[in-house]
Design a protein around this ligand. Structure first.
Ligand code: DGL
Length: 296
């Protein structure tokens, strides 16, 4: 069985492209549709009600465009709205970024002390605390908010005095001189933060594992689409979930060239330039999209 429909992803802006990048490298045969809500970022300083409304609009748009599975490529929207969106779209498998990131961090720590750097809204929900404790109740979870980093990154900054100051004030308390109190693993609990990994690394003076959700989420997506028999034509490797007792079904023979659509609620030219600057590579074409109350 195969399914040529695209995978949908959304974020408050361009941060979720860190997840899209991993999805494209792990699942090169899959088509994707990404929506970045750059006109309304940041989400991390908004109320839960606002984030839930925006997440509804974005997920409705993706379901309306026929996605076969969806990644909420935003920690804030995952923390606030994952369960709600699963109830709203029961026939679409929906994956958040928090559980995969929490599992990766729980496996990375050797001292059972994990720091989480996220937005205020994500920290407020304690979603990372609960998810890491679910993995291993012995882990001490120290959450720190650094919402001010998101608008700086959306403005194209990856290394600046403002970024350094925000990173240092957020993570300094996690890096005490007392070795028994110090974290050994820092989880980047915002999909924008892998873009400033160098600045974060520069603020850390002791050896620490820096973990993010992108690769773990893409790997989880791979399992979810395999289990549901949703792989793109030509992508199936055969899985334990394949129908029939006589072994794996053969991969579909005709591969369809995947397509990738990138929509933004922001200014398309500015977003294209921003993506080019932060991600490099061949330039990406941003298409305009209007959501919710802005729709005429
Ligand atoms: N990328 C979003 C996240 O992972 C950023 C949230 C925001 O816009 O503040 O939380």
């Amino acid at each position: 069985m195969s399914d040529p429909r695209p995978i949908g992803l959304f974020d408050s802006g361009i941060g979720g492209l860190t997840v899209l990048r991993e999805v494209q490298s792990r699942l090169p045969g899959e088509s994707t549709i990404y929506i970045g809500d750059s006109a309304r970022h940041p989400y991390g300083t908004r109320s839960d009600a606002e984030v839930r409304t925006f997440a509804e609009e974005l997920s409705d748009e993706l379901v309306g465009r026929g996605v076969k599975a969806m990644i909420i490529a935003c920690n804030t929207a995952t923390a606030v709205a994952l369960e709600h969106l699963r109830e709203r779209h029961p026939s679409t498998p929906i994956i958040g970024v928090i559980r995969p990131g929490a599992a990766a961090a729980a496996l990375a720590t050797r001292t059972n002390r994990v720091g989480v750097l996220a937005t205020i809204a994500t920290v407020r929900t304690r979603a990372y605390f609960a998810a890491i404790k679910d993995e291993n109740p012995a882990i001490v979870v120290l959450e720190r908010a650094a919402s001010e980093l998101v608008p700086l990154i959306e403005s194209g900054q990856t290394e600046s005095a403002a970024i350094t100051a925000a990173v240092q004030s957020a993570i300094h308390p996690l890096l005490t001189d007392d070795q028994s109190d110090r974290i050994d693993t820092l989880l980047l609990g915002c999909t924008h933060f892998p873009l400033i990994r160098r600045a974060i690394g520069g603020a850390i003076t002791t050896p620490i594992a820096i973990v993010d959700s992108a690769a773990a989420t893409a790997s989880f997506l791979q399992q979810v689409i395999a289990v549901n028999g949703l792989e793109a034509p030509g992508s199936s490797r055969g899985t334990a979930a394949d129908a029939g007792a006589e072994g794996h079904t053969a991969p579909a023979q005709v591969a369809v060239e995947p397509t990738h659509q990138f929509f933004t609620t922001g200014d398309t030219l500015m977003v294209e330039a921003l993506v080019q600057r932060l991600f490099g590579g061949s330039s990406i074409r941003a298409l305009p999209i209007v959501l919710g109350a802005g729709r005429r």
